[in-house]
Design a protein. Structure first.
Length: 184
């Protein structure tokens, strides 16, 4: 297994005892890197996490698979870091997928309305297959989609088709594969 520094030069020059990060190139995925997270991401270490991931993106990795089976907690600040990273890779034509996310971490994503923006897969194998098949690009050109909530008019964004809750008025929305949006 390659060292972090051989994948991203100088990656291990910074450390944080609360979050261990291990990097692995993904064979068969252009610009692909698996990031194994162990520990937690909160207000105190989210800037460290974001700085390290910026190094990964700066090294040319835009298709990121986060293995989260050993990630015990993510705060709202940590979710903000994931969101910033998603924006960074999307403009470069990449994607982010998270695998084996613990239920309590999934709940934080759902409660804060972030589950609609991220690809969450139950297994690492599913996540790898998702990236090997082009990630979010396989969903067509409709997504990500910006749209007004049909109930309150707030501007929302969806990464894929499905059922979501408006972050403003809490209305349940269904976004179809063709990009159409309906209440319920």
């Amino acid at each position: 297994m390659e060292s972090n520094n051989s994948i991203v030069s100088g990656f291990d020059s910074d450390k944080d005892d609360s979050l261990k990060i291990t990097l692995c190139k993904i064979p068969g995925v252009q610009n692909g890197c698996m990031i194994i997270l162990e520990g937690y991401i909160d207000t105190y270490n989210s800037s460290f996490f974001q700085k390290q991931m910026t190094k990964v993106i700066g090294a040319g990795f835009f298709n990121l698979l986060f293995d989260c089976k050993r990630l015990s907690y993510v705060s709202s600040t940590g979710l903000g870091s994931f969101t910033i990273l998603l924006k960074m890779v999307k403009v470069k034509g990449g994607d982010i997928v998270l695998s084996e996310v613990q239920e309590k971490v999934v709940e934080v994503f759902q409660i804060l309305g972030f589950s609609q923006f991220f690809n969450l897969k139950e297994t690492t194998e599913e996540a790898l297959e998702f990236l090997r098949n082009g990630g979010g690009k396989s969903m067509g050109t409709v997504f990500p989609k910006l749209f007004p909530c049909p109930s309150c008019g707030r501007s929302l964004q969806a990464a894929h088709a499905g059922r979501f809750r408006c972050t403003n008025c809490k209305a349940i929305l269904t976004i179809k594969a063709d990009g159409s949006v309906v209440l319920g």
